[in-house]
Design a protein around this ligand. Structure first.
Ligand code: FRU
Length: 621
């Protein structure tokens, strides 16, 4: 069954006297419905939309929270953000939890049956990520375009070899369904790595920020599996004709494993891992509760795997200790997204699973839903009930640093159906809990992937999707989830996160914010929210009544592009960096937050932490 898309929007109301906090509806809680896509049907995600129940649940943010979120400054707020992680202990995905994984009616995706429409005629396309706003909402560029980035390889490459030549491509669409191929994002030879793997992209203040995995080294004769996290940014031209990215900044490596919190390739090679090591898949996340900005990524537990004690015996102990997947996190340190502080992992799957791929978080009803993709073959051996399937796995906690518990008991949120265990992969959950993925090897009708590699190349090509799978819709309630709808192939809906809403250029404090909330902003949307790019204090408006690009109301002196002139003497904050190395600006006011502590050490974690003590056996004495 395939539903047509209907995007439901939810309208808030902002009553009088509510200006000290922001309230907005929790996704799906109620509201009049409309669909930006003609002919859309009902969105079955949330019960209230089908029952016509009009009572809205609102999430509230205090003025302090709104300020923290909207006025976040990475340098100034570094210690505030860091303090939440200093004694942090990674949550664990234990073998015992993984043994509770079951494929059920609620988590099993419908079989994808041919014919499949392809997003590209000449490219294989797999891991995908939409352009998001800084708060994680799906971005819409001028001209009405949604943008989707994907890993890609020419279709002349054998599907299995695609990872060795991967490049990031992009597509754009007005309806989120019909995608126009934009081409490769980075000019050849400019990006790091002999190939580029998955990442994320965020738009802020007229610039697009790209985070991606640099795999191997550019120009290497033999591919290697070193992985580093890289960054670049660009401007863009987006109008009725389409979307183009322009003026890229030089690419930079921004994160490498330290060997203390995250395993280096060398440490992995000294161990006996047989499954590919990871330091990849950066995903940008701005915590709605604090405003602090992070990258999540896939890593492995640092050190030699033999240091890990799974509490098992004999050969199984030795084998299981090789499975060291974790979900890493790093905190932003500077304004230019180039300096990051590695933090202890959010989640460790030691002795359970080697790969926790493409980790990402959706905050809903104040809960943190942490999702990751994993394969059947990356589960550690010896699990009762066997390894979990290729699927999307999820965990939930009350705070970013909370104790993440697996959803649906074992963690399985979306499984490939038993009949087609490899039909899709690389699931990505969006703010409305719709789920993207790509079609992997499908219509195999019982042939295993091992057998597949011995079959003729033409057969392998015929049974590889290399395109977007039907989008799925989850309903999430507390610790349980359910697939409730299957939409069209590759549908990307516009959805918003439940983060505080900021006016352009941040500042949400005081009367500005009141205006924004009370619909006095000059260019408001139907929800009475300030429209993107609107800025009520803007002095100079463009044709659409939006603030002219990079207008900055606090600036006293403008350059030709209507930008705030550097060094206009308005640096008011400690740690403010004018981007011109102006130290006076940086250190003008010295309060304690000015000194940045560059040598934060996290203790090496106790290697015995993995011991799972027998729960009901007699001890020796
Ligand atoms: C998931 C994945 C990612 C990686 C990419 C490489 O499908 O393994 O973790 O970035 O594929 O192609």
């Amino acid at each position: 069954m395939r539903h047509n898309f209907n995007n439901e929007r939810h309208r808030g109301h902002h009553g009088a006297g509510q200006f000290t906090s922001q309230q907005f509806p929790i996704a799906g809680s109620s509201g009049r419905e409309f669909s930006p896509i003609p002919g859309g049907g009902s969105n079955h995600n949330f019960p209230s939309s089908s029952t016509g129940n009009n009572s809205a649940n609102f999430r509230s943010f205090s003025q302090q929270q709104v300020q923290n979120f909207c006025n976040y400054k990475p340098k100034r707020d570094f210690n505030r953000c860091l303090s939440q992680h200093l004694n942090a202990v990674p949550s664990r995905w234990t073998r015992e939890q993984a043994e509770r994984i079951r494929i059920t009616r609620e988590n099993s995706a419908p079989v994808i049956s041919p014919p499949i429409p392809r997003i590209s005629e000449d490219l294989w396309v797999w891991d995908m990520w939409p352009l998001q706003e800084k708060d994680g909402s799906i971005a819409v560029l001028p001209g009405g375009w949604r943008v989707l980035f994907t890993l890609s390889a020419p279709r002349s490459v054998l599907p299995n070899n695609r990872h060795d030549v991967a490049r990031i491509a992009y597509f754009y669409s007005r309806d989120g369904l019909n995608w126009i191929q934009g081409g490769l994002v980075f000019e050849e030879g400019t990006a790091f790595g002999s190939r580029q793997w998955a990442g994320s992209a965020m738009i802020d203040n007229g610039k697009i920020h790209y985070f991606y995995t640099a795999s191997g080294r550019r120009g290497e004769a033999q591919i290697t599996y070193e992985q580093r996290i890289a960054y670049t940014s660009s401007g863009f031209v987006s109008d009725l004709d389409g979307v183009e990215f322009v003026n890229f900044t030089p690419h930079q490596i921004i994160l490498e494993p330290d060997g203390v919190l995250y395993q280096t390739l060398e440490q992995s090679e000294q161990s006996e891992s047989t499954i590919i090591y990871a330091f990849r898949d950066p995903w940008f996340f701005k915590d709605p509760a604090t405003g602090c900005e992070y990258l999540l990524f896939e890593g492995n537990i640092a050190g030699n795997n033999s240091e890990i004690n799974c509490g098992l015996t004999g050969e199984l102990e030795q084998q299981a200790s090789q499975y060291t997947g974790n979900i890493g996190i790093a905190l932003l340190r500077n304004n230019s997204y180039t300096s990051w502080q590695l933090l202890p992992a959010l989640l460790e799957a030691g002795c359970t699973n080697q790969q926790t791929e493409r980790p990402h978080i959706i905050v809903s009803s104040g809960r943190y839903y942490l999702f990751t993709d994993s394969h059947r073959f990356t589960f550690a051996p010896g699990l009762t009930n066997g390894p979990g399937p290729d699927g999307l796995y999820g965990f939930v906690a009350n705070t970013l640093r909370g104790n993440y518990q697996p959803l649906n008991s074992g963690g399985l949120v979306v499984s490939n159906p038993i009949e087609e265990p490899n039909q899709a992969y690389s699931w990505l959950v969006l703010p409305d809990f719709s789920v993207l993925s790509f079609i992997d090897t499908y219509n195999l009708q019982g042939i295993t992937t091992d057998e597949l590699s011995n079959l003729p190349e033409s057969f392998q090509i015929e049974h590889f999707g290399g395109t977007l799978a039907p989008t799925l819709q989850l309903r999430v309630s507390g610790r349980t989830t359910e697939i409730v709808a299957e939409y069209d192939f590759g549908l990307v809906m516009v959805s918003e996160t439940e983060s505080p809403k900021c006016c352009r250029n941040g500042n949400e404090d005081g009367p500005e914010n009141e205006r924004c909330q009370s619909c006095e902003c000059r260019n408001h949307n139907d929800d009475c929210g300030c429209r993107q790019n609107d800025h009520h204090k803007c002095r100079d408006y463009d044709d659409e009544c939006g603030c002219k690009h990079n207008d900055h109301h606090k600036c006293e002196d403008y350059d030709d592009d209507c930008r705030c002139k550097h060094n206009d003497g308005k640096c008011r904050r400690c740690g403010y960096d004018d981007g011109k190395g102006n130290d006076e600006c940086k250190y003008k006011q010295s309060d304690h937050r000015c000194s940045c502590n560059s040598s934060i050490q996290f203790p090496k974690l106790d290697p015995n932490r993995f011991v799972e003590r027998p729960r009901c056996g007699c001890s020796n004495n």
